[in-house]
Design a protein around this ligand. Structure first.
Ligand code: FAD
Length: 628
């Protein structure tokens, strides 16, 4: 059968916030741009984002500015962040939010008519621009509307709505194509018909989101099988920070069919508190040394903070997510959990029922419809859920360029920005800031090329054979292999890790690699979910191996990586990045790489005492030199 072909300047894989913002930018720079997405257009994780987009606009507290946001982000990531990305993000996020407003986004307002901003864990001031608890929906709606507006302009100019920007929905990319060292396109299949498709393009922007489906308990939906991470690896790019996975502290724990579904942090941001089975607000017992001076030590002070932030410290329910998730895990393990194996999250005794319904409408409906719980009258039961990967494609901070010429990445699939732990709300702003930069980077790269790289027929043949192979076998069941992988990652490379368990996980992964080679899918190419899963398994296994190998090597606990056998942070490890790559496309190599030291003007934004908790003595000596 003929393979369908399309030619573009830039192909953006993914239609979440990062992909759409990148595509808009590439089109605005005059590039013919394709947006390819695995699910329906408009269905991406970005749509599910509830809490808001973090941007230091200072609308609610005028003391906020990019420097405070930068500091909070670095603290949240335990100083392992790519500081240049954290700087660009903090400086540019307000412009990206205002730009959304100019494109038609309707944010909630303050009394004096500015964009309202809410509190979130780890953010010193109210900073999340939001639309109730449906911010992601508004963000995607606005970006899609912008795409349509550009298509209307193109129609007026060229007589064709899709002359410069076209969406290919329900189309999964399975391989990136190269001409020598350079990107020359992408190969995929239509989910509905199973027909194959090649995109010829000198630049590809990966914006494929996360990897949550490698774990059993996750807030992620079916698309999040680490495709972009694997596509990048297989094309020769590097992944960094893969050991850092964010387990969101509050996922639903009951009923089993909805286990893992997210309970937004806005519940705590708006006053909700965590209690154990003894009714104790246990987070006061879990304030780590590095945050001791920043969090309230009594319930009274924590409660006063909601109305008077100048004179009180935040309640510890608003510690960064890694801290809260570990605390919940410890309470459950100590036998102080709720009946269904979580803890209690109570907003019912903290806000009037009408206020809860107004501020948290989705949460109200989610619990009512899925668990028959009325959150205005009783507490929710919640526990940690695999939510977000800090690790991803190693990119240039300014342009989103990966190590492979012509390959760019933005959003959750890229690594570095969030260090070892992402602050809530920093993803939506990350998508906008770095989506735009990656789109611009890709456009500039295309302009710089003397000649267009060509798609090599041999690579297309190989990609075709790989994609169709599961349909020609009747061996292993893909669902069984997937379940074993998910269970292994959840139990052995989950929220708390130890060397012998991670080694055991790697042994299982090795066996699963063999089994994946035999996975077969009965039936035809026409909408065949077993076949789709068989193809996704390659990606989940590659990514899981990266997570496990890096987790075994990093002998310290930091952010989203907790080692039972190495419980503390080690300043020497903060200076090291673990870089994953694959030579043969099957096994993963991990190498240590030195982090570039922070620029002088940024490092002096911190107090000496705080830095001494994270930096080596040698680094402190440099700081003392600069600060003097
Ligand atoms: P996504 O929005 O995940 O989009 C990925 C796109 O890639 C999709 O279109 C998908 O179909 C496509 N894709 C994937 N693989 C392929 C392939 N092989 N071929 C073609 N297309 C492919 N962050 C915040 O900052 N604030 C919040 O309030 C917040 N709340 C959240 C709530 C939930 C329930 C979840 C799950 C996440 C939340 N996050 C939040 C995190 C944030 O939503 C995500 O990190 C972010 O939306 C990721 O955006 P993205 O553009 O990188 O990718």
């Amino acid at each position: 059968m003929e393979i369908e072909r399309h030619e573009y300047d830039v192909v953006v894989i993914g239609a979440g916030g990062a992909g759409l913002r990148a595509a808009i930018e590439a089109r605005q720079q005059g590039k013919r741009t394709a947006i390819v997405c695995k699910s329906l257009f408009g269905k991406a994780h970005t749509v599910m984002a509830e809490g808001g987009a973090a941007a230091a606009m200072g609308n609610v507290n005028p003391d906020d500015n990019w420097m405070v946001h930068f500091r909070d982000t670095m603290r949240g990531g335990k100083f392992l962040n790519n500081w240049r990305m954290a700087e660009l993000h903090a400086k540019e996020a307000p412009d990206r939010v205002w730009e959304l407003e100019a494109w038609g986004a309707l944010f909630d307002r303050t009394k004096d008519g500015k964009i309202s901003q809410r509190n979130f864990g780890g953010h010193e001031y109210p900073r999340l621009a939001h639309v109730g608890d449906r911010t992601g929906l508004e963000l995607i709606r606005t970006l899609q509307q912008r795409v349509v507006a550009l298509q209307q302009e193109d129609h007026d100019k060229h007589g064709d709505y899709e002359a410069y920007i076209k969406v290919f929905a329900e189309c999964t990319v399975t391989r990136l194509l190269k001409d020598g060292e350079r990107i020359s396109g992408a190969f995929g299949y239509w989910r509905e018909t199973g027909n194959l498709v090649v995109f010829d393009a000198p630049a590809v922007v990966l914006a494929t989101g996360g990897i949550g489906k490698s774990y059993v308990v996750t807030s992620n939906s079916w698309e999040y099988t680490g495709d972009g991470h694997a596509l990048a690896l297989l094309a020769g790019a590097n992944l960094i920070n893969m050991e850092f996975i964010q387990f969101h502290p509050t996922g639903m724990v009951w009923p089993p069919s909805v286990r893992g579904i997210l309970v937004t942090e806005s519940v705590r941001g708006d006053g909700g508190v965590l209690r154990n089975s003894n009714g104790e607000r246990f987070m006061f017992n879990y304030i780590p040394e590095v945050f001791k001076d920043k969090y309230a030590t009594t319930e009274d002070e924590g409660d006063r903070w909601y109305t008077d932030q100048a004179n009180n410290r935040r309640p510890p329910e608003l510690l960064p997510r890694d801290e809260v998730a570990r605390a919940i895990n410890a309470e459950v393990k100590a036998g102080r959990g709720s009946p269904q194996g979580g803890v209690f999250l109570d907003v019912s005794s903290r806000l009037p029922a009408e206020e809860i319904k107004r501020r948290l409408p989705s949460m109200y409906h989610q619990f009512k419809e899925l668990a028959d719980v009325d959150i205005t009258a009783e507490p929710m039961q919640v526990g940690p859920t695999c939510h977000y990967i800090m690790g991803g494609v190693e990119v240039d901070a300014d342009t989103g360029a990966a190590a492979v010429p012509g390959l760019f990445a933005a959003g959750e699939v890229s690594g570095g920005m969030h260090g070892s732990n992402r602050l809530g709300g920093n993803s939506l702003s990350d998508l906008l800031v770095f989506g735009r930069r990656a789109g611009a980077g890709a456009a500039a790269y295309v302009d710089s090329l003397p000649a267009r790289p060509k798609v090599t027929p041999q690579l297309v043949d190989e990609a075709r054979a790989e994609a169709l192979a599961p349909l020609e076998r009747s061996g292993e069941n893909p669902y069984e292999v997937h379940h074993e992988l998910q269970r292994t990652m959840n139990e052995l490379v989950g929220i708390i890790r130890k060397a012998e368990e991670v080694r055991e996980a790697l042994e299982v992964v090795e066996k699963l690699k063999e089994r994946v080679r035999l996975v077969g899918a009965a039936g035809s190419r026409i909408y065949n979910p077993g076949w789709h899963l068989a193809l996704d398994l390659r990606n989940m296994i590659l990514v899981s191996e990266c997570v496990a190998r890096a987790a075994l090597l990093r002998e310290e606990s930091r952010g989203g990586h907790t080692r039972d056998d190495f419980p503390g942070m080690n300043p020497d490890w903060r200076r090291k990045l673990l870089v994953c790559s694959t030579g043969d496309g099957s096994s993963i190599t991990v190498a240590e790489q030195e982090q570039p030291p922070m620029r002088g003007d940024l490092i002096t934004l911190f107090e000496r005492d705080e830095l001494s908790k994270y930096l080596t003595d040698e680094e402190m000596a440099t700081f003392d030199g600069i600060a003097k």
